[in-house]
Design a protein around this ligand. Structure first.
Ligand code: IMP
Length: 433
């Protein structure tokens, strides 16, 4: 049995798309288990660039089947647009892509509520992607959500949506926002949503049958550990369980069937949106990382905040997700630094902390404790062999392994599939057999 989950070890945008793309040919199914089109997984193949938001990155491999699991929230308009974009790039999804009947749908009122709440919060806003993600998960938890399977029962569906619109409009108006127009909202939504019907399946059952038949599943996380609704920097988080545990509930896959976990960490740290970020660099080094690393959100285009690698964050992610190994991405972005810092812990209210403190308010008061390593001042771009890396780059990688408590099995040295080092004898090389 080989079912491996890939999870971001920081605040998202670690480069999961590229790593999933490398692993996908060695798996039969690629499945998403949480999040929605707030994710942006960039895959570069030669001079072509694909940005996948909702559809698993495995779709770029003809031999892979792709699953959008019950834990994902699906905006039908975004789904249809992504299908169309892929079609225009020569990638056909029909027959290879299924959506769980239990996946909740994002409706226009979720988007309106997301915006209204963020506006009301003002300077304390979460900095969401404004895609309606949080409000859709709220409806799931409060048991008034609309699920993909409801599309098979149109009369009941209309009734439920009409009743929801009434309630949501009261809420929107109470926040001083525009209500949504009941009739046109419903009609326009249904036009988009009903196009999902041919994709809807009982995906938990499908995955169960496939795994019993010896097929393997690559489970693609979105966002990252620090954005997990339970374990992240709450309330500056997304509204789902991005950590590996979410893969079991988000797919209906029994936890004991998940046989491996791979964490993806950038060689430095980035974050989009609000919330604490102890190693953030607001100086010329931060600006350099942003420019050289092209750190702009794949979904919203927002500039990402940048900072040094925070080993406390990655160590915490190793603990929560049980990573067998890590993939370290964007090593080449550090090529020109004279010295490189890694935060090994935090100092907070005069105390030295080793673990992740509770709550965003405490983390906001934490000062990183840095260890400084010499830079390698040489190009690692496009290197594909670990032995060919400059000695100081190898030392940096070994130190990250020690501090974070997991072996680094893959090192990304550029955006293309080919600009990758895969270390022999690592769990990753075993998954690629
Ligand atoms: P939401 O998921 O749109 O509700 O946004 C909640 C928080 O998660 C915000 O800080 C977003 O910037 C962040 N976020 C959501 N999706 C991603 C992602 O794919 N990468 C990085 N940050 C994300």
């Amino acid at each position: 049995m080989k079912n491996v989950v890939v999870v971001g070890a920081q605040w998202g945008d670690e480069g999961k798309g590229k790593v999933v793309d490398i692993l996908a040919p060695h798996f039969d199914i690629v499945a998403r288990y949480q999040g929605g089109h707030n994710a942006g997984h960039t895959v570069r193949i030669g001079d072509r660039k694909f940005i996948l938001r909702l559809i698993p990155s495995g779709i770029l491999h003809e031999e892979c089947s792709c699953v959008i699991g019950n834990g994902v929230v699906v905006d039908p308009r975004a789904f249809n647009a992504e299908l169309q974009e892929l079609r225009e790039m020569g990638v056909e999804c029909e027959g290879r892509l299924v959506v769980s009947s239990r996946a909740h749908l994002i409706l226009p009122y979720h988007v309106a509520l997301d915006r209204a709440r963020e506006e009301r919060l003002g300077v304390n806003s979460v900095g969401t992607t404004m895609r309606g993600i949080g409000p859709a998960y709220e409806d799931k938890a409060s048991r008034c959500g609309i699920r993909a399977g409801d599309l098979l029962y149109p009369d009941l569906l209309r009734e439920k949506i009409r009743s929801n619109i009434k309630e949501k409009n009261l809420e929107l108006v109470s926040m001083g926002a525009e209500p949504v127009a009941p009739d046109s909202t419903l009609d326009e939504f249904l036009v988009e949503a009903l196009r999902l019907k041919p994709f809807i399946r009982d995906t938990a059952m499908m995955i169960d049958t496939a795994t019993r038949d010896g097929k393997s599943v690559l489970i693609e996380g979105a966002q990252g550990t620090m954005l997990d609704v339970d374990h992240g920097t709450y309330p500056f988080v997304t509204s789902s369980n991005a950590t590996a545990g979410g893969a079991a509930t988000g797919l209906g896959l029994a936890p004991k069937k998940i046989t491996g976990a791979l964490g993806i960490a950038k060689a430095y740290t980035t974050r989009v949106g609000g919330g604490p970020f102890p190693t953030e660099l607001l100086d010329e080094h931060g600006a350099y990382l942003q420019k050289r690393g092209n750190e702009y959100g794949a979904v919203t285009g927002r500039p990402r905040r940048t900072g040094w690698l925070d080993a406390t964050v990655v160590r915490y992610a190793v603990m929560l997700n049980g990573f067998d190994a890590l993939a370290l991405t964007k090593l080449d972005v550090l090529d020109e630094f004279d010295e490189i810092n890694i935060s090994t812990g935090y100092r907070c209210r005069g105390e030295l902390l080793e673990g992740m403190p509770y709550g965003a308010n405490v983390l906001a008061e934490c000062e990183p404790v840095y260890e400084t390593l010499p830079g390698w001042k040489a190009t690692t771009s496009r290197t594909t062999n670990f032995d060919e890396l400059p000695p100081a780059a190898k030392d940096y990688i070994r130190r990250v392994e020690e501090l974070c408590g997991a072996p680094i099995a893959l090192i990304s040295t550029g955006p293309d599939r080919t600009e990758t080092i895969i270390r022999e004898g690592s769990p990753l090389s075993a998954w690629m057999k």
